[in-house]
Design a binder for this molecule. Structure first.
Ligand SMILES: [Zn+2]
Length: 301
């Protein structure tokens, strides 16, 4: 483990940015987790990958950053606690700037790799099936598909992060993948394990490691292939499915009831065959809020 950057903190010693490096030379991959301090499924996934890499001899370089926002993680906060800034908004950073700008600058420098992966979780009130978000075509799509994560979400240019760490990586000529898994504030250990296996498959695709656990993408979709169910009115949402659940047309996804008394206010049903990719975890909802997303699969008749 290397400390690639450190700076004085107002209390409790220093801030340290840790990097685990396996192997050397080309090809090179960097995987960053915990840029947001309350999204730690990626941290667990990266550490699981590190334990498997200890027993292999990678042909190429793998840089792992299990946790960037350490002080945020101490307090279960997404942002950097001292000034409430989002580190992901501070790219490309500035070595003479504020704390988050200095961290962003150091991270951009320390992730000098051909392929870079940024791992997040859903918001604390939403759980996401492990998914990789990639452009509609090109090498990043191919790399995203190589992960074999349950969902490959192909997105048009304007919905891909043009700013933030992903944008900074792309501006530096690196291939960038955006992975989202589970929900904030919570460890979903099985989803983290699936994500770690996806990282192994990416490394196997790049021939950095020889073997990786099998895994298959169940939905390879664009926005048009994703059914978003929103709350028709405010209420208490009771889900009837979990992320990863296969559904057929008409499948009950969940229902809304009155918070007091429990009268049923409405129900959600799948329109087409697919896999549940997103489920609202916090039951109190306002009208129009996202409750369930279903990614369509090919079995649809
Ligand atoms: Zn995040």
């Amino acid at each position: 483990m290397t400390v690639v950057f450190s700076m004085e903190a107002p209390y409790r010693g220093r801030y340290e940015l840790h990097r685990l490096t396996f192997g050397s030379g080309s090809p090179s991959v960097a995987i960053v987790a915990g840029l947001h301090g309350n999204e730690l499924n990626g941290m667990h996934a990266v550490n699981l990958l590190a334990s498997s890499l200890r027993f292999q001899r990678p042909r190429g370089t793998v840089h792992l950053f299990p946790l960037v926002n350490t002080f945020g993680a101490d307090e279960a906060r997404k942002r950097w606690p001292f000034d409430d800034r989002d580190i992901n908004s501070a790219f490309p950073g500035d070595p003479e700037g504020t704390s988050v700008q200095r961290i962003a600058h150091a991270l951009l420098d320390a992730t000098d790799a051909q392929v870079c992966v940024d791992v997040h979780s859903g918001a604390p009130h939403v759980r996401e099936l492990p998914q990789v978000r990639v452009p509609l075509s090109g090498e990043e799509l191919e790399l995203g598909r190589a992960t074999g994560l349950p969902v490959v979400w192909r997105r048009s240019g304007d919905t891909l992060a043009g700013t933030g760490m992903l944008g900074a990586w792309r501006a530096a000529g690196r291939k960038a993948l955006h992975v989202v898994v589970g929900r904030g504030i919570t460890l979903d250990s099985s989803l983290a394990r699936e994500t770690a296996q996806g990282f192994s498959r990416l490394l196997a695709h790049l021939e950095i490691v020889h073997t990786a656990p099998e895994g298959t993408t169940v939905a390879d979709v664009t926005r048009a292939d994703i059914e978003s169910h929103r709350a028709p009115c405010g209420g208490f949402f009771v889900p009837e499915v979990r992320v990863g659940h296969p559904v057929k047309p008409g499948h009950l996804l969940g229902y809304l009831q009155a918070p007091i008394g429990g009268d049923r206010l409405g129900e959600l049903r799948a329109q087409r065959a697919g896999v549940v990719m997103t489920v609202r975890a916090w039951p109190m909802v306002h009208a129009q809020e996202l409750l369930v997303r279903v990614a369509h699969t090919r079995e649809d008749g």
